[in-house]
Design a protein around this ligand. Sequence first.
Ligand SMILES: Nc1ncnc2c1ncn2[C@@H]1O[C@H](COP(=O)(O)OP(=O)(O)O)[C@@H](O)[C@H]1O
Ligand SMILES: [Mg+2]
Length: 255
Amino acid sequence: MNSTKALDFLAARNHGSDLHTRTCTMPADRATCGMNDVMIETVDLHRSYRIGRKSIEVLHGIDLKIHRGERVFLCGPSGAGKTTLLYTLAGLERPERGSVHIDGTDLYALGRREQARFRNQRIGYIFQNYHLLPELTALENVAVPGAIAGKDTMELAMKALERVGLGDRSDHLPAELSGGEQQRVAIARAIVNEPKVLFADEPTGNLDSKNSAEIMGILLDLATEHQVTLVVVTHDQNLAKAGDRTLIIKDGSIH
Ligand SMILES: Nc1ncnc2c1ncn2[C@@H]1O[C@H](COP(=O)(O)OP(=O)(O)O)[C@@H](O)[C@H]1O
Ligand SMILES: [Mg+2]
């Protein structure tokens, strides 16, 4: 994995910005590089689902603090609420109770439009099953979040694709790519708007061990190079060891 090849598109577009100027080498600089800053904070987070007449509470009042630049793995049995928690942290699913602050912003206090803009610009999300648009090429898929933000992003999208090693597949449709390649496209799409926080839901769940290691390497490198705060759901406790902290979610609570 090429750790030294920085996300040059991030740097080029961020002179003087947080992402660019705060870049540091982990772990030596970590203590002086914002580890005391809270990037994600939840207070008393509750989320339930209604099935028929029954309501099942999936998150039972989760209090969580994740620091800027921290790489956190979220583990737990199937059905424990990992995806629900990640959705709630990312602004994709409103909790019934409690709050989520991302970089000091109260996510669910924002209006619908502001929240969508905040997500688009600050949060990258890698879905469990890639969620690529099948009729768009790899490059076009990666360009979508930039287009939503009103940017001319084909060049940035190409750089993001190159960053994940897929520059030579830019005009392929998702159906013409392997699972590992589709996941790389999904990562490129998640980073194209230079997010401060990156969420990944079982990003290696459908991949063989070689591809899993490569994908995890890319995510960890991205976090390290640009102090992106990383939250990754995984079943694989071995992969989780590469992070700074592992959270276990069980019965709707963090252990
Ligand atoms: N949209 C939904 N409607 C009803 N129940 C749901 C919905 N999404 C998830 N659940 C239920 O919530 C629980 C937690 O789901 P999830 O967060 O997907 O778990 P995990 O990602 O840890 O496997 C499960 O029991 C699941 O069936
Ligand atoms: Mg899940």
